[in-house]
Design a protein around this ligand. Sequence first.
Ligand code: CA
Length: 261
Amino acid sequence: MPPITSVSVTHTGLRRESNEDAFRERQDLGLYVVADGMGGHEAGEVASRLTVQVIEAFIDDTRNAELNQAWPFPYDTAHSLAANRLIAALRLANQRVASAIGADPELKGMATTAVAILLQPAGMAQVAHVGDSRAYQWREGKLRQLTDDHSWVGEQVRAGVLTDDDAQRHPWRNVVTRAISGGVDPEVDIKEVDLKAGDRLLICSDGLSSVVPPARLSELMTKPGDLAACAQSLINAANAVGGPDNITVILVEVDAAGDVA
Ligand code: CA
């Protein structure tokens, strides 16, 4: 694993009373997760926390695993073991959310997004997601979005029907088209990225990405300063435009001095 620095920050924002986002940072596993819960009466918090717990436990349990008959889901040999571990972890979280809802009717309707990074040796990373929490890769002053939002407005933008600006203001901007909801086994998107010394990965809830445009994110990530100051500046940027939602940010940096290859 390349030498890594990481930092995570969450903030309730300025309009919500509770924080339904959850996150986990496990440098020893190379695992970073953000989940954004939905559902009234604190159920959203239950869904997002349960999901990060299940993902963390599964990635921990499969540290030395191989893809074989004991794997909990049909696996895809076109993907690496790391990718299959992440996909299975998110699907397992969906099953656990279903069990939690089955055991407590008050939790009915709860759901969560999840975006997760799993670092691999040799400077590669797998990025998995369900929902509209995002991952970005920042390299030499340029920001690249790694995830397509599973949201109604995201689909309209990709179809060329709405612009990014329209999407940001649209009344249906919070409608997600895929979630970890305990329903049908969710399709998990997976992407493999290569990492170079100096690269930064950002994963965040839509409390950041739906209110701070990518150009501004890129500008803040390019400013000199340490990673913690950078993460705080992203939180501040979301709150500066009203902080309408919970904001969670994890930044992962491949140390510039490190030899990634
Ligand atoms: Ca949110």
